[in-house]
Design a protein around this ligand. Structure first.
Ligand SMILES: O=C(O)CCC(=O)C(=O)O
Ligand SMILES: [Fe+2]
Length: 318
């Protein structure tokens, strides 16, 4: 079965939907500009764009290395982050430097190919994003032990605690490398439908600071690299919302969900700051994150930042 809704019914308004792009676009010329713009608009509204055949070529040798068949060390048992700006992998200790070089080479290639593909597929964003980290995820997600706030099997909107986006949106592109097993996600309501509820019930908005004086102080603190105020009000809200959702067992259990199975060698892209998502199972995925600034969005008025600023009646960025 390819990616489908568990209920076999299209999700209702306010829930994430899926768009299936049948033909493999690898190596094909750019989409017609209006189609690329439409994909951007649909993604920004909380759709998942699913490609049954990944457009990113990964050689057999690299695949075998990533799947651990030629495993030499323990590096393949951790999630690996790759920082494109510095061209290096992080999170490995000194004994794993041999693996680090192999992984750096593979991740660099993946990251470059993902950038090339997304730059063509979502042309309105090309060159306007800030390229964030890529990752390799070799750990089985089912039953993976983690602290509550770090659990990815609980529904959440993404917020990076140490890398505030200051209103830029989080676009992620995934490839399931597993030759036999799907990666299984569930999604629920989009941020536009659900975020305001959380903001009201948890009184989360009023407690994130946004007045001009403290904004000024925060800017100074940031310039001086002081920890105080390093997180803009927008990120503070998104972070609290992320944590509150994961802590809320009743919500996790009762909210309506749709399940999506991403089969071997498929790829998908999604704005994970507006698609509430959780990964239930799957092993071996590659992922590249793009931070899309407000100025590059096709529909900035429905972004999580715009939704929250409308409610707060004040700017929430620095
Ligand atoms: O690895 C996945 O499939 C998604 C996990 C997730 O929610 C995340 O990394 O934020
Ligand atoms: Fe996530």
């Amino acid at each position: 079965m390819t990616a489908t809704s568990a209920s076999e019914m299209p999700p209702a308004a306010g829930f994430s939907q899926m768009i299936r792009v049948e033909d493999s676009l690898g190596g094909t010329p750019m989409l017609a500009p209006e189609r690329a713009r439409q994909f951007c608009a649909q993604l920004e509204a909380g759709y998942i764009v699913f490609l049954p055949v990944s457009p990113i070529a990964i050689s057999q040798e690299d695949r075998e290395l990533l799947l651990g068949r030629k495993q030499t060390g323990s590096a393949y048992h951790k999630n690996i982050a790759y920082r494109p700006a510095e061209d290096r992998v992080t999170g490995l200790d000194a004994s794993e430097q041999k693996d680090a070089e192999v992984l750096r080479r593979i991740m660099q290639k993946f990251s470059k190919n993902a950038v090339k593909f997304i730059g063509e597929f979502l042309a309105p964003y090309a060159g306007k994003w800030k390229l964030d980290y890529a990752s390799f995820r070799p750990i089985e997600e089912k039953g993976r032990p983690a602290r509550v706030h770090a659990r990815n099997d609980l529904l959440h909107f993404d917020s990076f605690p140490t890398r505030p986006t200051n209103g830029s949106r989080i676009l992620r592109f995934f490839v399931n490398l597993n030759p036999a097993q799907s990666r299984v996600w569930v999604t629920s309501q989009t941020f536009e439908a659900f975020g305001p509820h959380y903001a009201k019930v948890g009184n989360l908005l009023s407690s994130v600071s946004g007045n001009p004086l403290s904004r000024g102080l925060r800017s100074v603190a940031r310039a001086l690299h002081l920890p105080f105020g390093s997180r803009p009000p927008y990120d503070e809200f998104m972070h609290r919302c992320h944590n509150a959702m994961k802590e809320d067992a009743a919500f996790q259990q009762n909210t309506p969900k749709h399940q999506w199975d991403f089969p071997s060698d498929s790829a998908w892209m999604v704005f994970t700051d507006c698609v509430s998502h959780a990964v239930l199972s799957g092993q071996y995925a590659l992922e590249q994150t793009f931070l899309i600034p407000q100025s590059a969005l096709v529909a900035p008025q429905i972004s999580p930042l715009a939704v929250l600023e409308q409610m707060a009646g004040r700017p929430l960025t620095l």
